[in-house]
Design a protein around this ligand. Structure first.
Ligand SMILES: C=C1C[C@]23C[C@@]1(O)CC[C@H]2[C@@]12CC[C@H](O)[C@@](C)(C(=O)O1)[C@H]2[C@@H]3C(=O)O
Ligand SMILES: O=C(O)CCC(=O)C(=O)O
Ligand SMILES: [Fe+2]
Length: 330
């Protein structure tokens, strides 16, 4: 992180060295969901990076673009109008403040509750019926992809039944969240050699997150050696993150990926993220098939026993960049 003389527009937002064009993620795994090799490729990518790009996923481009243009229309309203959809917690519009513990980023967003395959009726925003319809169409489609991806993960890990993981997001009462992030261009930092933090480094607490963005890059992931690499944007693709809960369910075989977003000084970024979480009462512990006999006898869970409700509570008490899983290690 670099420290600069204060620039009022970005006060309280941490600054990062501008991404170096050479730091693109050269070895990024790209998985074709329609190919027979997908389960193995997905398991491999989740073990090595906790992250992969997914193509041929089946969400129609116009479903993604319809939602993107409704989101752009929402965020182009006046600040007073947008604030009428706030506060962000538990669900609604938020700006710059992320979470409840002092994290700040150069973005505005909508945090929305999903019930079954659409926006929860208990989530009153957005109020615009056209925006809600676009959200519902996209959420139904992306959730189907999440289910296929989790089935492929199970297959790639050699777990039966194949819905051992995906049933946690399709179960009654599953805790799914949808987020629309808008990172306006940060003109104040143009040419200064540093960028505003859009969304600070963190891992996602859920099982999986599926992200789609417009053509503006900014997403970065940390490799296992700690090096940050930029993920080139691709508006046709989805990007899949392994979350903390999936790391635990796989007893650490899949790694939850540390990621962040760097704001662009010229272009705005819009991202749509589906977070698949289990029901609150779901026990988060390694699947029995992944605790099979190894050379050293019965393998033990590396984690204390906990439920998603307990983990979520702890996550919401933490700062974005905290290592939330550390307190649940044995
Ligand atoms: C600082 C925080 C924001 C967050 C809740 C938390 O206390 C720690 C986890 C954060 C995160 C990251 C992934 C998702 O964007 C999110 C909605 C989630 O479930 O966990 C956010 C939370 C948030 O923005 O409220
Ligand atoms: O907006 C993005 O591209 C990623 C944001 C993110 O990681 C999150 O909302 O958890
Ligand atoms: Fe995230």
């Amino acid at each position: 992180m670099v420290v600069l003389a204060s620039t009022p527009a970005v006060d309280n937002i941490p600054l990062l060295r501008s991404p170096d064009p050479g730091d693109y993620f050269a070895g990024m795994p790209v998985v074709d969901l329609s190919s027979p090799g997908a389960p193995k490729a997905i398991a491999d990518a989740c073990e090595r990076f906790g992250f992969f790009k997914l193509v041929n996923h089946g969400v129609p481009l116009d479903t993604m673009e319809r939602l993107e243009s409704e989101a752009v229309r929402f965020f182009s309203q006046s600040q007073a109008e947008k604030d009428r959809s706030g506060p962000a917690y538990p669900f609604g519009y938020g700006s710059k403040r992320i979470g409840l513990n002092g994290d700040m980023g150069w973005l505005e967003y909508l945090l929305l509750a999903v019930s079954s395959a659409s926006l929860s009726g208990a989530c009153p925003v957005p109020t615009c019926p056209v925006f809600r319809a676009a959200l519902n169409e996209y959420i139904a489609a992306v959730r189907k992809v999440a289910v296929r991806v989790m089935e492929a993960m199970a297959e790639g890990l050699g777990i039966v039944p194949l819905d051992a993981l995906s049933s946690m997001v399709t179960a009654e009462g599953s805790d799914q969240v949808f987020r629309v992030n808008h990172y306006p261009p940060c003109h104040a930092l143009q040419g200064l050699g540093c960028s505003a933090t859009g969304f600070g480094e963190h891992t996602d607490p859920q099982l999986v997150s599926l992200l789609r963005s417009n053509g503006t890059s900014g997403l970065q992931i940390a490799l296992q050696d700690g090096r940050w690499v930029s993920v080139p944007s691709d508006r046709d693709a989805l990007f899949v993150n392994v979350g903390d809960s999936l790391q635990v369910l796989t007893n650490g075989r899949f790694k939850s990926v540390k990621h962040r977003v760097v704001a662009n000084s010229l272009k705005s970024r819009v991202s749509l993220i589906y977070f698949g979480g289990p029901p609150l009462a779901q026990r988060i512990a390694p699947l029995p098939q992944l605790l099979g006999r190894g050379e050293l006898g019965e393998q033990q869970s590396a984690y204390k026993d906990f439920t998603w409700s307990e983990y979520k509570k702890a996550a919401y008490k933490s700062r974005l960049g905290d290592n939330r899983l550390a307190q649940f290690l044995k």
